[in-house]
Design a binder for this molecule. Sequence first.
Ligand code: ZN
Ligand code: ZN
Length: 762
Amino acid sequence: MVRRRFTFRGTVQGVGFRPAVYRLAVSAGLAGWVQNRRSVVIAEVQGDEARVDGFRAALRSGLPAACRLESVSESGAAVVPGERDFQIAESSADAYSFPPIPPDLPTCPECAQELLDPANRRHLYPFITCTQCGPRYSIVERTPFDRQNTSMQAFPQCPACLAEYRDPGDRRFHSQTNACPACGPRLRAYGSDGQEAAGDPLRAAIRALAAGRVVAVQGIGGFHLAADPRAPAAVQRLRRDKERERKPFALMVRDLAGARLLCDLSPAEEQLLRSPPAPIVIAPRRADAPAWTLRVSDTDTLGVMLPYTPLHLLLFVHPGAEIDWQALIMTSGNLAGEPIITDPAEARERLADVADLFICHDRRIVFRTDDSIVRVGAAGPPFLLRRSRGHVPRLLHLQSEVRGVVLALGGDLKNAPALARGRDLHLAAYNGDLESAETLWQFDGQVRRLLELYGVAPDVVARDLHPGYHSGRWESPAGARSVDVQHHHAHALSVMAEHGLEEALALSFDGTGYGTDGVTWGGEFLHATRRDFTRLGSFAEFPLPGGDAAVLHPPRIALAALGEEAPGSIPGLDEQQERFLRAMIRARTNCPLTTSLGRVFDAAAAILGLVDRTTYEGEGPIRLEGRGLRARALGRSEDQASGHRLQDLLPFRDGPGDSRVFVVNPRPLLGALRGRGGEEVDSLALLFHQAVAHASWEGARRMRAHTGVRKIALSGGVFQNLLLRDILIPLLVRDGFEVFLNEEIPAGDGGLAVGQAWFDPG
Ligand SMILES: [Zn+2]
Ligand SMILES: [Zn+2]
């Protein structure tokens, strides 16, 4: 007779882990118990050695698909005389680390099957779940993840559900979200007049969509606005009322086959579509994709996802009103610049002008999540453009401890705060840009609930160095230490945190961040440690007429970046505007300097006539990348055609006497794009990316020569550019660099807080 104690770490709560361990132990004939602790699951098993061995072996294959086991440790324990049964013990709280809470999980195949089975008591029930699927993080109020700690506590189980919950042989044994039409959440439909619509809400939704209307649908982490993309009026209306003039909309398709009709999907992209986060995958549009897809996205890519809740699934397969949508637009239910709405009453009020019908439910959303967005390049791992549903609140495990409890507030764009303690880091869901009062308020609430959820108060509050950032104004509790982290250092640190690096070179390339000299940085070559950094190089400063407002008018950036010695018209600027801007630049009126590489991308896009004004973040660079990818697909290279030497396009000069050893001048490259267009645009766009990649590589070599360091971190929003990654990463790898990238978090400002938390304030 032996007794062994197993400690399981990872995503082990809310995924049917304890019931699975229970079944394995019982079928092995063992006594003991399994219990949720705050941060781990512990099981003690007792029996003869052979049976324990059998249990250990069965663990390898018998655990639920949704669990992500990070480690299992095993130790001996004292035999408990007379113990006969195996039990799922009451959850207990301990306080040593962050308790892992599972992310929301997409509907599993078994539930999808039951949903459509007329004989099943949950036939067409839009809130069917089991231990393997359903809401988790979005409904949790406290830990551990038990029903009474979630918004499911409002729905006591009926006898039939309770019987399943208590039956070890049932697949809903101990399912915390268990519910049925008799006892669980309910769907309701409301018209834009606020009146509840009679009849089946799902049929009403399907009818409205078929009639070209816009329908607000309450999903797992917030509202979507749904529309049939084949209805031009619906798409126009969404664009007008959401103030979303050109930004592509995400599409939900019925299944993988539906996605294949729209996009050329690689195996990696198909795998991501079906992965537990069920993200939006940005994939190349098929050449023969239906014409309506152009209304949804005017780039060469489409963002597609699969239905991930029973409610979404029913919009596609409801037997009473089956319509073959080729796809449905599913865009975040919010107004321009505001966070996604989670409350039905608020949705009906704020979206009253946007949507004709509201499909709402009464399972309260505690934590808001948007759809996560991911993209796959040829080089490097898939990369996240937005980290939210399905990823949050999975903890990042750091390779060494942070000091005390660290709250990192992130930046003002794509804000996402983070909380770290010991080796655990929780990066919160994406909030959006902290420009509107609404987003700021949400940010404040999110930070507060995050601290409450884990029951901690921060010892250190890390913020961006920018004196004007709203996120930085968050008031630290008394006694907490406040530290400022430079923006591009934080980007570098975000990669270093993911890979446990104490020191690395870094290419920190993005649109904007406050530099230590008060200049807006964004094209930075850094040598970073957790404590400090040295700026060894940068792109050359140029003036930004009108400051950040210039971002909305890329032709202005182009004029300023080209400099005075290059007169002549730029697409999108008339002579008068040009004279005015030149006067502004000469007089240095409201012309802050920038070293931003993101702005150089904007300038290039404007010079090639790809963007006259920016209607969504990154619009110019996204178009530029798209045109470059077209040239690459045709195997074209401007480099060979025109005999440009890449090193001449972005020449290096010596640093100006500060820490910089070199400065990269973007003017010759931008000049080479001038006055050319038409058929050349694609290959010029490719040339631009090649030149930037080569200059990045050259800068990396110079930094390596200067420091002897060959580990290099690539981060910042510019590294969400697939073409640049695909060209640059192999160049660095072939030259002997160890290249590190963001993997679990976005390279843009959505991952900034991770770097801030990894900063060592000494
Ligand atoms: Zn299920
Ligand atoms: Zn029930």
